[in-house]
Design a protein around this ligand. Structure first.
Ligand code: OAD
Length: 250
């Protein structure tokens, strides 16, 4: 199973990503791949923008299994703050407009985000690659539990008496849903990427599997240049509703 690692964007083979002029009637499967940028306008901080979370915290202090062993309170606090922010946030126009695609297409959303804003916007098929803020996981047997309220604390135990940890995929851990994500992306006729720096692997490698996509579209306010794909350099709440309307009118 692939492990999560940070890596700079590799050069991509541009020919793979060219449109193939296949008639629109065949473009039924849309896969949307989202990152922190789609939730930024809901008030949730991104990681690598200036003033982002990884400027305020070190990954190795709060987002690794070793961090949880060495200083569990700091790790719990970090995610408690994120969870509290999430409780005070709502889906924005980008999350909400994506749902309209379900009227005409088979829509799957693969997200690196640990928030539940896609769920709360009414999207049906959502796959989380990096876990969920509103779930905990037993440190004994990995069983998942819902978290009631914004806080998970030291001393909160699973039914077998083991400490619960946030159900977040930390750096150095396997990404259990990666194979499912790859298979979804392989079947995508249109692959839409929204608000991610594509810095974290294996998630960022999903673009390599969009081999049947006639269109690959990246929406990002400061995109990393990607050769051979359609790039929309705008905020998610501006660009996503327009793109959704265009796709519904095809
Ligand atoms: P990053 O913070 O790395 O990237 C956020 C992207 O969103 C950047 O490319 C921004 O330009 C863009 N962006 C910011 N605001 C935007 C807006 N309003 N509209 C459109 N785009 C906007 O976040 P991710 O790529 O999601 O993992 O980070 C990937 C993973 O790294 C996260 O899942 C998390 C983190 O470490 C773990 O913690 C395991």
């Amino acid at each position: 199973m692939s492990q999560i690692i940070v890596q700079f964007l590799q050069n991509l083979n541009s020919d793979k990503f060219k449109n193939h002029n296949i008639p629109n009637t065949f473009m039924k499967n849309i896969v949307v791949f989202t990152g922190a940028g789609i939730s930024a306008e809901s008030g949730l901080g991104t990681f690598r923008d200036s003033n982002g979370l990884w400027e305020k915290y070190k990954i190795e202090d709060v987002a690794t299994p070793e961090a949880f062993q060495n200083n569990p309170s700091l790790v719990m606090d970090f995610y408690n703050i994120r969870r509290k922010e999430l409780f005070n946030s709502n889906p924005n126009k980008a999350h909400i407009s994506l749902v309209k695609l379900q009227e005409k297409y088979s829509l799957h959303i693969i997200t690196q985000n640990v928030d539940d804003l896609h769920e709360r916007s009414g999207a049906k098929n959502i796959l989380h690659l990096h876990g969920k803020l509103n779930e905990s996981k037993s440190t004994i047997d990995g069983k998942i539990y819902p978290i009631q309220g914004p806080y998970l604390n030291i001393g909160d135990l699973c039914e077998k008496g083991g400490q619960l940890r946030p159900n977040i995929v930390w750096f150095g851990e396997d990404v259990p849903n990666m194979e499912i994500a790859i298979n979804l992306v392989k079947k995508a006729h249109i692959f839409i990427i929204i608000g991610t720096s594509l810095n974290v692997y294996p998630a960022a490698s999903l673009i390599d599997y969009a081999v049947n996509s006639q269109r690959i579209i990246l929406i990002d306010k400061s995109p990393t240049f990607l050769d051979g794909i359609e790039v929309i350099r705008e905020k998610a709440t501006q660009a996503v509703p327009k793109l959704v309307d265009d796709l519904l009118n095809l």
